[in-house]
Design a binder for this molecule. Structure first.
Ligand code: FES
Length: 104
């Protein structure tokens, strides 16, 4: 189920292989642009100790948490490397007329 589409930013505000923090409705999200130029969104806090993932490192399709280097596949939210073991929630993303939207 997807809810309302929320405007995030201009598509070119996020570099390829980069991640940006987006806050909305009291929650924080992480928005990614992949090497293939696709966009993805997950919850913004690591499931290990609630650190902002937007401060982490993007490598291919992986986000590495800045605190203990836990890894997630940001396309699926799947936890990929210790110490993280709980997946991230993901959200639908679309780009229209050069603007990124996520469905919340
Ligand atoms: S807080 Fe992210 S791996 Fe520990």
């Amino acid at each position: 189920m997807s809810g309302n589409w929320i405007k995030v930013c201009a598509a070119d505000a996020i570099d390829e292989e980069d991640v940006m923090r987006f806050d909305h409705g009291g929650k924080t999200f992480a928005i990614y642009r992949s090497p293939e130029d696709d966009y993805f969104a997950t919850d913004g806090l690591c499931t290990h100790e609630q650190v902002h993932l937007a401060d982490g490192l993007v490598m291919d399709n992986i986000i590495e948490c800045p605190k203990h280097n836990g890894r997630f596949d940001y396309r699926t939210g799947e936890a990929k490397g210790a110490p993280v073991c709980v997946n991230l929630k993901t959200y639908p993303v679309k780009v229209e007329n050069g603007t990124v939207f996520i469905a919340l």
